[in-house]
Design a binder for this molecule. Sequence first.
Ligand code: NAI
Ligand code: MG
Length: 358
Amino acid sequence: MTSQIFEIASIPADGVGVEVVEAGRNVLDALAQNSGGAFTFEWKDFDWGSDYYARHGRMMPVDGLDQLKDLDAIFFGAVGWPTVPDHVSLWGLRIAICQGFDQWANIRPVNFLPNVASPIVDAHERNLDWIVVRENSEGEYSGFGGRNFSGRAGLGEVATQSAVFTEVGCERIFRYSFDLARTRPRKKVSKVTKSNAQQFGMVLWDDVFDRVAQDYPDVETESVLVDAMAAKFILKPEDLDVVVASNLHADILSDLGSAMAGSLGLAASANLNPERRFPSMFEPVHGSAPDIAGQGIANPVGQIGSAALMLDHFGLNAEADRVRAAIEKTCADGVRSREVGGSSSTRDITSAIIDNLG
Ligand code: NAI
Ligand code: MG
């Protein structure tokens, strides 16, 4: 049998990123070892992040993207540490990769797991299963703007930060969302907007959505203002299936979704370049969690769930399902991290998930 070899960049970066990336890699390597030689993962280690910044004054080398561009995927932890301003660390590494590799679709499933208490009443009886699709290349995080007039007397400084919406950017994220909805039983896309207050960018966003929707008459749609959507997440989450939102809106709503499922540490995400011109990047939704870093107690489930999304991207869907089933079984067995009421360490949870791969 010929073996498939996947070359993967490992970028743990900062804080708990280091601990959870190790966990995710161990799960993936265990799968490969059990694959009877069908596939293997070749890891390329990159020590980029805030420590690298302290030594080199940059988050990654000047030719960082060149070093990554021919690999099959990027397995990323989290970036950010109190020694570096957050906008420097985020733009210097994560957003540089997302934008440089046109990873325009960020998908963030919201998963409710057994034995993990949700703050939502009766969550486990309500069949909650939705996925946030985040426009990941433009919108409010386009990086257009500036600061000036700091020399003026008094409180004189001025800053602008423009949100950029393009027809191309809107069209492709909506088509992606409708295609995704077609693969799911409910077949519904909820579009998040704020076009009542933002009459240019968000109205273009709405117009393109309506146009694309005409090509998908079999998919139900709704348009919900972002503030109302925040309320709907809490009050009527059983009404959600695919939720598509701009970069900023989806960033916020996906954290809300993970908190509703019980913890930020549970949530997985994929930053996809669907055309596959560049590698895609797989990372948990959470950040570097400096408050718990280095203690071995971080929840690895978000990172391991991101590994499952990477397996899906490689076409190893049965393997991805095995990982998700192992996560469910592990939680059902009561092996949980501290922030969701358990007492298991990162390594204990990872070993249990590996044992449950079946
Ligand atoms: P955070 O996600 O790091 O932490 C928020 C809360 O969730 C903390 O109480 C933390 O302990 C908890 N938490 C996060 N991950 C967890 C896990 N795996 N297990 C258990 N608990 C977990 O967000 P915060 O505190 O706002 O940001 C910390 C740093 O991370 C900042 O520098 C920020 O810029 C960066 N960040 C990076 C992201 C990325 O690389 N994609 C995403 C979000 C934040
Ligand atoms: Mg976020």
